[in-house]
Ligand binder design. Structure first.
Ligand code: ACO
Ligand SMILES: O=CC(=O)O
Ligand code: MG
Length: 539
């Protein structure tokens, strides 16, 4: 890699305030100068866009509802398509996702999936050690040298490049800072840190393999945020002497405001976007968060908020239609069920039921017109692959444009029928405590009661608890019990002793997790993301 900028880190005013193994090879003076330059150019715009999010939320909290934009109607009605999709990203029928530790990276690249999304976001707790280890693992993976030996002595090595999944990287969202990297005393954007550092170290090696730095962009809320990404990427391409448009992106549509700007987001990134993805878990969280002050749109318990709820079906159908009209992939999302590891005789039926639910979810997706889907675990790849192979003959199904699908504002906002049971309420409390404890301990994705739980699924549980406790009118469980602080306190009773076992990830941090959950649910205002206060509690 050529040294792209001449300033030393000191000249650039950039400072790294923590240490982790392997960081000197990553945070070299040219790399730091590159990051400092990104910060200098784009930080002010990031802050403006975060302020715009708050303004928009104030409108929703005052009774307003999201709607399609009047100022971009011509763009939505216009006849344009996104740039051609590169060969490596043409067939994405099965994508595996997961955290960025070396074992996961090797397992995912070797898994037989078409693509692998290496995740610095929902499934990774952003300790400095995790961030550095993830960047190092990905750099070695791109170089083809990554290897790992488990504490039990099992050796892991990469398959040959041609047999590996195509790598996509998901940086953290615009709302997050990287507190260990300061530029002129200010924290740098975690998004710019993750994406910038990966591009800096890997763009040249990827180009030699006829690939590029490919990314998934999370939690966008508007076309302006997409335009900021486009400018960042164009700048990086210029700095690293890459052809314009070589860095490709897929955008997660996982916020309610973004669902009203899908055409606009594609347009803002039209020179480099390969698709949109239905990030259903954050989308449900965002629906709750955006409509927090609308008592007629309180969602039932988590287990009842499935993709067949009308507001979710409308969102996925609109995403498919918009993408296919513009020549982009419409990627499906993640079923939460995972195989029961080492299922006992008594768990065989539960395991089969979980796999059947994953299969049903993939059948729904391919039938609706999705061009590919996500799996959380390697054992789910054959299920997803079989469903897509049988029903999607070509590499994608862009030809599927269901003109009869007419999704309007009310469809995307439809209230959901359903109930809240005691088990649903207590389950949310338990998931939050267990997930926060694991996260504070440095683990961002854990199986809980045979479901994959990550930051997005935990956010649903956390935001629901807040909303149910702070709803404008008192809510009741399906057995008539009032939802109040006393119910919340009862759900917490007994958790510390039940979660003290060595098999509970982060058991030692359960008391801190409980304190954090109490803080998050008792506050009068809903915290934007649980990861914001939680981040202040890790290294
Ligand atoms: C809402 C969203 O954002 S979805 C996207 C973010 N979420 C994710 O990506 C979920 C990723 N999945 C995971 O992290 C894991 O599957 C978990 C935590 C849910 C379960 O992991 P485990 O408890 O390790 O599962 P299990 O013991 O069955 O794993 C068996 C093997 O598969 C591997 N494995 C499991 N999931 C993955 C994965 N996603 N990628 C690669 N390898 C994996 C394990 O490392 C293990 O390997 P080993 O046999 O070499 O030790
Ligand atoms: O990132 C994916 C989601 O469902 O959230
Ligand atoms: Mg998400």
């Amino acid at each position: 890699m050529s040294a792209v900028l001449s300033e030393s880190p000191t000249d650039a005013g950039i400072e790294v305030t923590a240490r982790a193994e392997g960081q000197d090879a990553l945070l070299t003076p040219p790399a730091l100068a590159f990051l400092a330059d990104l910060h200098g150019r784009f930080e002010a715009r990031r802050r403006q866009l975060l302020a715009a999010r708050r303004e928009r939320q104030a409108f929703f909290d005052g009774g307003g509802l999201p709607d399609f934009r009047a100022d971009t109607r011509a763009l939505r009605d216009g006849d344009w398509r996104v740039a051609p999709i590169p060969r490596a990203l043409l067939d994405r029928r099965v994508e595996i996702t997961g955290p960025v530790d070396p074992k996961m990276v090797i397992n995912a690249l070797n898994s037989g999936a078409n693509c692998y999304m290496a995740d610095f976001e929902d499934s990774t707790a952003p300790t400095w050690a995790n961030m550095v280890e993830g960047q190092r693992a990905l750099r070695e993976a791109v170089a083809g040298t990554l290897a790992f030996t488990s504490p039990a002595g099992k050796a892991y090595a990469l398959k040959p490049h041609a047999q590996q999944a195509v790598l996509l990287v998901r940086p953290r969202g615009w709302h997050l800072d990287e507190k260990h990297v300061l530029v002129d005393g200010e924290r740098m954007s975690a998004s710019l840190f993750d994406l910038g550092l990966f591009a800096f170290h890997n763009a040249a090696a990827l180009a030699r393999k006829d690939r590029g730095p490919y990314f998934y962009l999370p939690k966008l809320q508007s076309m302006e945020e997409a335009a900021l990404w486009d400018d960042v990427l164009a700048h990086i391409e210029a700095q690293l002497h890459l052809p314009r448009g070589q860095m490709k992106v897929t955008v997660l549509i996982e916020t309610l405001p973004a669902a009203f700007e899908m055409d606009e987001i594609l347009y803002a990134l039209r020179g480099r976007i390969a698709g949109l993805n239905c990030g259903r878990w954050d989308y449900i969280f965002s629906y709750i968060k955006t409509l927090r002050a609308h008592p007629d749109r309180v969602l039932p318990e988590r287990g009842q908020v499935t993709m067949t709820q009308p507001f979710l079906r409308a969102y996925s159908e609109l995403l498919i239609q918009v993408c296919h009209r513009r020549g982009a992939h419409a990627m499906g999302g993640m079923a939460a069920q995972i195989p029961i590891s080492g299922a006992t005789a008594g768990e065989v039926a539960a395991n089969e039921a979980a796999l059947a639910r994953v299969r049903a979810d993939k059948l729904r997706e391919v039938g609706a017109g999705h061009d590919g889907t996500w799996v959380a675990h390697p054992a789910l790849i054959p299920i997803a692959r079989q469903v897509f192979d049988e029903r999607m003959r070509g590499p994608h199904q862009h030809h599927v444009i269901r003109e009869e699908v007419l999704v309007g504002r009310d469809d995307l906002l439809q209230p959901s029928p359903g109930t809240i049971s005691r088990a649903g309420f207590d389950g949310n409390v338990e998931v939050c405590v267990r997930y926060l404890a694991a996260w504070l301990d440095g683990n961002g994705c854990v199986p809980i009661h045979h479901l994959m739980e990550d930051a997005a699924t935990a956010e649903i549980a956390r935001a629901q608890l807040w909303q149910w406790l702070h709803a404008r009118q008192t809510l009741h469980l399906d057995d008539g019990t009032e939802i109040d602080e006393a119910l919340f306190d009862r759900a917490l009773l007994g958790l510390p002793s039940r979660l003290s076992g060595a098999d509970v990830p982060g058991a030692g941090r359960v008391p801190e997790a409980i304190a954090l959950l109490e803080q998050l649910t008792q506050r009068g205002t809903l915290e934007d993301f649980l990861t914001l206060p939680a981040y202040e509690r890790i290294d």
